[in-house]
Design a protein around this ligand. Sequence first.
Ligand SMILES: O=P(O)(O)OC[C@H]1O[C@](O)(CO)[C@@H](O)[C@@H]1O
Length: 625
Amino acid sequence: MASSLSGICFNPPKPTQNPPSQTPSPFQKFNLSFQNKPATTRFSVQAVAREVQPPIANSNNDAVPKSSSSSLSSKSAVSLEKDQRALWKRYVDWMYQHKELGLYLDISRVAFTDEFVEEMEPRMQKAFKDMQELEKGAIANPDEGRMVGHYWLRSPKLAPNSFLRLQIENTLEAVFQFANDVISGKIKPPAPAERFTQILSVGIGGSALGPQFVAEALAPDNPPLKIRFIDNTDPAGIDHQIAQLGPELATTLVIVISKSGGTPETRNGLLEVQKAFREAGLEFAKQGVAITQENSLLDNTARIEGWLARFPMFDWVGGRTSEMSAVGLLPAALQGIDIKEMLAGAALMDEANRTTVVKNNPAALLALCWYWATDGIGSKDMVVLPYKDSLLLFSRYLQQLVMESLGKEFDLDGNRVNQGISVYGNKGSTDQHAYIQQLREGVHNFFVTFIEVLRDRPPGHDWELEPGVTCGDYLFGMLHGTRSALYANDRESISVTVQEVTPRSVGALVALYERAVGIYASLVNINAYHQPGVEAGKKAAGEVLALQKRVLAVLNEASCKEPVEPLTLEEVADRCHASEDIEMIFKIIAHMAANDRAIIAEGSCGSPRSIKVFLGECNVDELYA
Ligand SMILES: O=P(O)(O)OC[C@H]1O[C@](O)(CO)[C@@H](O)[C@@H]1O
């Protein structure tokens, strides 16, 4: 089996015999069996089959799964097909293969029934239509009045007009040119440095996760430029990255990535890096590159300060689907990764996902399985387990792609649905020694996606560490052993197999999941392309900082008195006219005290009512400002 899979063409033999037939009754409890039907596979589970229904709103506009009582209560009772011949037939019948990409999708260990597939068919067709409209340039993100065009990035000819097509092609050309010039040394840092050796990428969310995933997956051992990331506003984390660069800061290309150009974490990262440049006597502008929307705050800053280069981020590309824009392509190209191949892999996968035949459409099959596994309401988590170290960050990348896209309070009709699918995972077999114990035997609230890579290591490097067995054979054994062990305990799984981790297969994986998310969003009738929920946290963070400024002003005034007047928390809160915010005021003071910016005169932070606080210094200027 391993040898036939390693070839491009994989045509598993069809089982010659079918087990005895038995007609299962839809939507009621039935026993395992196969129905001897030529056109369809009858896969049965010992469970109450679930009605295919969208979550609907009750009179309070709260989401309730239509079939909640039967479907959800039946989930723990699901007992999957265990007959090996039946499973083999299901495996063969449902296997999806993309020959050119060397990619396989196995959904045989998800227990959906033929009835479910039939019931879903009209909705799948609607989803295909939605995707077609989206690709034609419809306003697929109605809240923001935006087109959604990440598919055009790898097939510019599909862009709805020549202006957009040219924008994509010109940007791609500029990315190639710039990356080549940096690598060749034509574009270099200020003398005496000869060439750039490092990239420091500053960005967060979709402006970091794709580049991080791709760097981990594809960067060669000795890339022309090594990459580091600042993806947070954690000062210690930023200091660490800058310290690691050391004298190489002088040969570091700093790429600041932000679609909006105004994300606070990214702005802070930039300011911290600019400070490090000043302290090292370096001119930041000569080493700074911005990737952002035209005329954003970041774009204007980069233009006014005369940074080395600026690349556009398009209005119609969301952060979490921006890996094939300058956001992902520029850092990748600078690391010597073949970005043409990434684009080709994504384009091939997109092409495959345009068929309206569900069985031949890998993204549709994924979306269908997600719907089945989670009852279309996110009732189970998606555990992503790549058995390959270089794909470690795939689950993290998917976490944003899936959860920011699908995790929505309202559907497109305004009903409260609280949709989403939780995603987590690291890598196998490592996770077998962490949480697979719970997956196998504990709470049954997940389905697994295994990512398998057939090629263990480059040709010519393999050896047998015991007779007939290589190190990679162990990894292979661990994956399939875990898949079987989980299945034996009625835990469903999907397996995605690629021949190798290459720019092409990585591009294909990105495209596969982007489309699966789009299709699933359509199945559950939500807008996958906005993220209103993120704004609430950002707004609240702004309020905390505004309160901190008021606390500082009050403490400053008291600390400028002679003698200094230490204040209780109640006094600070009163003087801030924010007595209802006393808990937050305590947290602000505790944080400032921990960072030597406030002095606890009496008591301790362990008993908040006891403390009296003042500032270490009186800022007279601020007092009279
Ligand atoms: O690229 P930007 O605008 O800095 O945004 C970063 C991230 O912040 C979000 O807007 C919210 O987390 C993401 O969608 C986005 O990828």
